[in-house]
Design a protein around this ligand. Structure first.
Ligand code: PMT
Length: 310
């Protein structure tokens, strides 16, 4: 099913260039004995026309993926950040609510004035810039962009298969909100759908779950973390357990749409760990991703050392 979907869907631009960049990045990290995590982030679009004017989208802004990436980097991982274009990005996200021109000032009495950062933003900017420059210097972050569902799925396959050579040292952290329904290429109109033709009825097909080939074929030795998003708390854990049973991967991060920044559950086949944030922690600007990533790092280490013992 997944292979057929990939064969029949459009391939993203410059796929082979992107594959080489991912391979080079992984080889470099391997030489330095660093663990690598693939973080997926943001929503996927589903085009309604081949020459796309309209598409179906979802709510995800990529906050989970972008913040988790920073914490993985702090924990010593190298990160491949597979993200939706225009979703939140690590480091830049700290200024996403700002017009960057409002952070800057000129000396109005001096026509040759340099641009300066306003004093009230200095401390925050210095802090983020320092971390960003450190990551640039160490070469531990690779940004890979997608927009549509098919871009995402092709790139997920490329990144996952490239990670195979790392064995258990690779982690996949699949936080992207991937569309479950799509219009196959051969059923998609070429040109813009005309409103003059009257009300629109859409028939969407099910997208095959990529977790299946990912775990079985693309990267079978890696530590795979999927996400489960629900709006009904009564089915959250049972759905997560079903996913673990069906795909045989290591862990599900289970979250509810409304409370996803305050509480999540880390579900494995035989444990369920609640991770929560107090009001005080949230008011101090602490983020739940810091706790999630710490916990995953320790579970991943145990998973890797199990390999050494066997
Ligand atoms: O980006 P934010 O706004 O910060 O929000 C974060 C989040 C809520 C999007 C994130 O925490 C989250 O829950 N992401 C997963 C949402 C989701 O797609 O859940 P799902 O139950 O539909 O899918 C479960 C898993 O199946 C996912 O890990 C996904 O990678 C995988 N999947 C989905 C579709 C598909 N065709 N193949 C898949 O393998």
């Amino acid at each position: 099913m997944a292979a057929k979907f990939l064969r029949q869907s459009s391939v993203p631009d410059k796929l082979e260039e992107k594959r080489s960049a991912v391979l080079d990045f992984i080889e470099h990290q391997k030489g330095l004995d660093r663990k690598v995590v693939l973080v997926t982030s943001g929503g996927t679009t589903v085009p309604l026309e081949s020459k796309t004017v309209r598409f179906i989208d979802n709510f995800s802004v990529g906050s989970r993926g972008a913040s988790s990436t920073e914490y993985f980097l702090k924990e010593g991982y190298a990160v491949i950040f597979l993200h939706r274009n225009r979703s939140l990005k690590p480091f830049l996200r700290h200024f996403s609510g700002y017009n960057f021109l409002d952070l800057l000032q000129l000396d109005n009495d001096n026509p040759n004035s340099d641009v300066k950062v306003k004093p009230e933003y200095q401390e925050r900017l210095v802090c983020v810039l320092r971390d960003y420059q450190q990551v640039q210097k160490e070469g531990t972050l690779l940004m890979v962009e997608f927009q549509t569902l098919s871009d995402y799925l092709h790139l997920l396959q490329v990144c996952s298969t490239c990670l195979q050579s790392l064995g258990r040292s690779a982690m996949l952290y699949l936080a992207a909100a991937v569309a479950d329904f799509y219009i196959p290429k051969d059923q998609m109109p070429e040109h813009k759908i005309q409103s003059s033709d009257g009300p629109l009825q859409l028939s969407l097909q099910l997208v095959p779950k990529m977790l299946e080939p990912l775990v079985k074929e693309w990267v079978p030795q890696a530590y795979v973390v999927s996400f489960k998003l629900e709006t009904n708390k009564d089915i959250l854990v049972s759905k997560s357990l079903q996913a673990l049973e069906k795909y045989q991967h290591q862990l599900v991060v289970a979250n509810l749409l409304d409370t996803r920044k305050k509480e999540v559950k880390l579900v494995t086949r035989d444990t369920c760990l609640d991770i929560t944030m107090t009001t005080h922690e949230l008011s101090q600007g602490q983020e739940i991703e810091e706790k999630i990533v710490k916990e995953l790092k320790s579970l991943h280490s145990a998973f890797c050392s199990h390999d050494e013992q066997t």
